[in-house]
Design a protein around this ligand. Structure first.
Ligand code: DP6
Length: 365
């Protein structure tokens, strides 16, 4: 068993027979999505990433989750009522119930609790913004807070580490959303304290990276043809997987240096290489698939041309979808938003662009 997992189980076993200090209450957390610069793509059982990843935490694209909880010893399994934007959602409720059941070994009170959950996102569904990252990190933060209200704080366990651990079990990328600015998840030689079990805030970040912007071109809002979970699975038989995991580690090492010394040119170079490598893995999986659309390619080509012409620090990254994240320093906002409006807006579905940027992580409501 992994180290932190063991610590959490030991901590839980201390209050197995104890009664919670409170049995009913209300908690709320807001948590952001994130955009990976070095991508997590491929995993082992137990949500163990095949390579370390690094992401920028967003500011505007958040999930707000409120939970009313009701503990009763008579109850033997968790109960979930779930509303998304005010409407009951059975599908999400069942998924959360399954997730909560999986966590009851760490927080045995979960099995005796009824959860009434209300959740909303500030960004449109299917916008290509990772809603599982914001949703699972908000939920994990809520659970950690209920745990503390019921049994007090264990001084040996940090709230964020625990929240990141639980968020990871819901969705790998959610582990990183627990920290502001930039977060790293997965064991890498570039970061001494790194872990596969939870994310950590990037230890050193050059101030030139503070306030990075992310303008997201919504090329399409259609459902993805291949889900991320299937994409991760297909890496198991991808003939290039081993090379990809090695390249990701090399990129992590280069990027961590760059994040310390503030070299924006190198940052863009690594970021774009990661985005294209991610999509190369999709194309070389069996069956192979393409999530980029003609608009994605056109946007990339225009961004690169604009960069060559102006010398501005502007680069792109892609998630597992067709939409394009344009990353640039806040100081260049005026020039770049003008370019986006004049040259890229026409490539977007209903001219939709979401302007976001670096955020400071989850917030208690
Ligand atoms: C392309 O975190 O969505 O966004 O762990 O199965 O929930 P699960 O996968 P998920 O995968 C994210 C993939 C990615 C890259 C990244 O965010 O690092």
């Amino acid at each position: 068993m992994k180290t932190f997992e063991k610590k959490l189980r030991q901590s839980a076993s201390q209050h197995l027979d104890g009664k919670p200090a409170v049995t009913q209450g209300h908690v709320g957390w807001e948590s952001p999505s994130n955009i990976a610069i070095v991508k997590y793509w491929g995993k082992y059982p137990g949500q163990v990433p095949a390579n370390a990843s690094l992401s920028m935490t967003l500011r505007e694209s958040v999930t707000r989750t409120m939970i009313d909880f009701d503990f009763s010893e008579k109850r033997k399994k968790p109960g979930v009522d779930f509303e998304f934007h005010g409407a009951a959602h059975q599908g999400f409720a069942r998924r959360i119930e399954k997730y909560l059941t999986g966590l009851s070994g760490f927080m045995p009170w979960i099995s005796h609790t009824k959860f009434t959950i209300r959740s909303e996102n500030t960004f449109p569904h299917s916008s290509g913004i990772a809603s599982s990252a914001s949703a699972m990190s908000a939920l994990a933060a809520c659970l950690c807070e209920i745990d503390e209200q019921m049994f007090g704080k264990d001084p040996a366990i940090e709230f964020e580490q625990k929240a990141s651990f639980f968020a990871r079990l819901g969705s790998g990328s959610a582990a990183r959303s627990i920290y502001g600015r930039m977060a790293e998840w997965g064991i890498t030689a570039s970061c001494g304290d790194s872990s596969d079990e939870y994310a950590i805030p990037l230890p050193e970040l050059h101030p030139d990276f503070f306030g990075l912007k992310d303008s997201i071109l919504i090329i399409t809002t259609g459902e993805k043809e291949v889900s991320s979970s299937l994409g991760h699975d297909l890496m198991r038989s991808n003939p290039y997987a081993k090379l990809r995991f090695e390249a990701a580690e090399e990129n992590m090492q280069r990027l961590c240096n760059v994040m310390r010394n503030g070299d924006l040119g190198q940052f863009i170079d690594i970021m774009e290489n990661e985005a294209l490598s991610l999509h190369a893995m999709m194309m070389t999986s069996s069956p192979g698939y393409l999530l980029m659309k003609p608009g994605t390619l056109e946007a990339i080509s225009r961004i690169r041309k604009f960069r060559a012409q102006t010398g501005l620090a502007i680069g792109f990254t892609l998630d597992a979808g067709a939409n394009v994240h344009i990353i640039y320093p806040g100081q260049q906002e005026a020039a770049i938003t003008n370019f986006i409006a004049s040259d890229l807006e026409e490539l977007c579905e209903e001219k939709t662009i979401i302007h976001d940027g670096m955020g400071m992580g989850p917030r208690k409501l």
